[in-house]
Design a protein around this ligand. Structure first.
Ligand SMILES: NC(=O)c1ccc[n+]([C@@H]2O[C@H](COP(=O)([O-])OP(=O)(O)OC[C@H]3O[C@@H](n4cnc5c(N)ncnc54)[C@H](O)[C@@H]3O)[C@@H](O)[C@H]2O)c1
Ligand SMILES: [Zn+2]
Length: 330
């Protein structure tokens, strides 16, 4: 964080930086960052909004744009997202659209934002009709992770990010998975975060616009979104994705794609992270939610099916088969 100005100078040369952050993160790290930027010679403005997903909406988005316009921010200036995925997503979308696009930088402060949302250039805001329904693909100039920011995270928010980290192990990397199985929440943050970023960056480089390989990152998410929305978002994203991964892995075993020992191993790791392996919702409820998933294309849903740790496939599945697959995973 203290060296942000130096890193930024390597990728662009703004005269003014606008730090966009939320009401939890800015009091913790805002001044450290602002001082670092000022001492590198940048003029600094800050825009802080109320923390939480409910702020990731059109109202906050317009307020950010009006703020930028009132400060006469131009395309040679820079936005800096300082916070979790909510700050990153809305700042990225503001950057993508203000003056038809100005540069931005991500400084993620949650585990989820470090390993997932800050990498890959997906930006978005929510509509009343659903999450992330308006957005753009727009890459940041650089992503800076300061691991010390994780020290102030609540255990629940940290745990949510752990579900995504376990997902990367299941998808791509048995060595990463073994490390998590062995060390649980005391995993090496530097190794694990760097590895997850490397894996995600590699996928995005090959499929920036989510037409193929990038869809694998949805492992556990189709059923997970179902659990989240059925609970009216009382169940967190990480908890829902954890259960979604376990359910789809159990289903994969029942259709002969995967060995039951893989399911048992995954459940053991999830339990060690105090993450759930199942849900109380019925297959009917989850099926309804899976059908409203925006990734549905035509009459098939692309399910991500584990075969073994580090090896998953994209399985286009006719909608009328999805119900029985979910049922098999419960
Ligand atoms: N763009 C993408 O590719 C992508 C991928 C996954 C998720 N997302 C989005 O990310 C969002 C979820 O991100 P999130 O889990 O980081 O949520 P978040 O940004 O709401 O952060 C969670 C909570 O932690 C607080 N916080 C953040 N950093 C902190 C710190 N260092 N110390 C103390 N408190 C801190 C925040 O104020 C908030 O209350 C969702 O909106 C989701 O749609 C986007
Ligand atoms: Zn996720």
């Amino acid at each position: 964080m203290e060296n942000a100005g130096t890193y930024i100078a390597r990728v662009c040369n703004p005269s003014t930086c606008v730090i966009i952050s939320d009401s939890n993160v800015f009091p913790l790290y805002g001044n450290i960052l602002a001082d670092a930027l000022k001492s590198s010679g940048y003029q600094v403005y800050t825009f802080v909004f109320s923390a939480g997903e409910t702020s990731k909406n059109a109202k906050t988005y317009i307020e950010i744009l009006e703020f930028l316009a009132s400060k006469k921010i131009t395309r040679s200036d820079l936005l800096i997202a300082l916070g979790g995925g909510v700050v990153g997503d809305i700042t990225g979308f503001a950057a993508a659209t203000y003056l038809r696009g100005i540069p931005y930088v991500q400084i993620p402060t949650t585990l989820l934002a470090m390993v997932d949302s800050s990498v890959g250039g997906k930006t978005a805001i929510d509509l009343q009709a659903g999450k992330n329904l308006v957005g753009a693909f727009y890459q940041p100039k650089v992503v800076l992770c300061d691991l010390r920011a994780l020290d102030s995270l609540s255990p629940a928010v940290f745990q949510d990010g752990c579900a995504e980290v376990i997902k990367y192990g299941m998808l791509y990397d048995p060595i990463l998975f073994d490390h998590l199985a062995e060390h649980n929440v005391n995993f090496s943050r530097e190794y694990v975060i760097a590895r997850c970023v490397e894996l995600k960056a590699d996928v995005v480089c090959h499929d920036e616009f989510d037409r193929g390989e990038r869809q694998k990152l949805n492992l556990g998410h189709t059923i997970g979104h179902g659990i989240e929305s059925a609970s009216s978002y009382r169940i967190s994203h990480g908890q829902a994705v954890a259960a979604g991964m376990a359910i789809i892995t159990k289903a994969a075993c029942s259709i002969g794609e995967c060995d039951f020992t893989v399911y048992q191993l995954l459940c053991r790791v999830l339990e060690h992270f105090c993450l759930p392996c199942s849900t109380d919702y019925s297959s009917d409820t989850l099926f309804e939610s899976a059908l409203s998933d925006k990734k549905r294309s035509g009459k098939t849903v692309n399910l991500i099916i584990p075969r073994e740790v580090g090896n998953c496939i994209i399985m286009p599945t006719p909608i009328n088969r999805v119900h029985s697959i979910i049922e098999a995973g419960l």
